[in-house]
Design a binder for this molecule. Structure first.
Ligand SMILES: Nc1ncnc2c1ncn2[C@@H]1O[C@H](COP(=O)(O)OP(=O)(O)O)[C@@H](O)[C@H]1O
Ligand SMILES: [Mg+2]
Length: 266
């Protein structure tokens, strides 16, 4: 057995909002927990969508804002294995902007909390600004969620630029875990061509798994129920994505556990 003193920390990002990041963080958390891994999810978006999706009490206190401004420790801000966010994070981001070492704040703050966890997933805000840079500097891996469009490559390139920015001096060990097509309708020629084109550019950094588009995700978020329970027939997509993620992390034991839940091949 390999001893892992710290968690694998993964930031989920894209160059804009609405690409399914938050849904991915919620559902990957659920999938990874199925394997017995201990997962901490961090909401780094002032909109607090991830916190709502996990049904965290809106009055939960402290939150990630207090952690970033130094008013609370990260462990104090963990509520049911989630560090939630709310609109006060927008102010915290502004306050952070004027500080020395502003890009390192999250990295330093989560050091004391990650010990008991195997995986930490960080849900980035829609903009590639200071909060996303904080996530990337705190992370070991960056996972890019992409829309299944002709413009996919452009969006991925923008995300990669920010990943490079975080690597440059601040977090040289940051690894690009890969990019996957989210909210995709692969029945259309358009999406299939976009997939082929992206594959030509990024090779096996593009995950084989694509997450199908379904209206059910909106209902799942609204009711704060995991898609794994809300629509088990759709769960296969995220189970397979989770398997690919675990493979890239070298988490073979967890993959064995996940096998029991995977849809049969074919
Ligand atoms: N696979 C999917 N199919 C259809 N709608 C989805 C899917 N994943 C997420 N959505 C919906 O799309 C919207 C944006 O998703 P969200 O995860 O909040 O994206 P982001 O965090 O990138 O802004 C939400 O209404 C969400 O319920
Ligand atoms: Mg989001």
């Amino acid at each position: 057995m390999i001893l892992r003193p710290v968690a694998d920390k993964i930031a989920i990002l894209s160059q804009k909002g609405g690409t399914g990041k938050t849904t991915t963080v919620r559902t990957l958390t659920d999938v990874l927990r199925l394997t017995g891994l201990k997962v901490l999810a961090i909401d780094l978006d002032p909109q607090g969508n991830l916190s709502d999706y996990f049904d965290v009490d809106p009055e939960a206190d402290p939150t990630i804002s207090d952690v970033l401004t130094g008013r609370a420790t990260a462990s104090a801000a963990v509520h049911n294995d989630i560090i939630p966010a709310n609109l006060t994070l927008a102010e915290a981001e502004l306050a952070l902007a004027g500080k020395m070492g502003r890009e390192l704040t999250l990295r330093k703050a989560i050091r004391e909390v990650e010990g008991p966890y195997d995986i930490v997933l960080i849900d980035c805000p829609p903009a590639l600004g200071l909060l996303t840079v904080n996530a990337l500097v705190a992370a070991d891996y960056a996972l890019v969620s992409s829309e299944a469009q002709y413009f996919a490559l452009q969006g991925v390139e923008q995300a990669l630029e920010v990943i490079d920015l975080a690597r440059d001096g601040l977090n040289p060990d940051l690894t690009w875990l890969g990019v996957f097509f989210n909210i995709a309708d692969m029945r259309t020629v358009h999406s299939r061509e976009a997939f082929t084109s992206l594959r030509e550019h990024v090779g096996d950094k593009l995950f084989d798994t694509t997450i199908r588009s379904s209206i059910a995700y909106a209902g799942s978020a609204e009711r704060a129920v995991s898609i794994l329970d809300f629509r088990p027939d759709l769960a296969g997509d995220y189970l397979l994505l989770g398997d690919e993620v675990l493979k890239r992390l070298g988490r073979e034991e967890a993959r064995q556990e996940l096998k029991r839940h995977l849809p049969l091949a074919g």
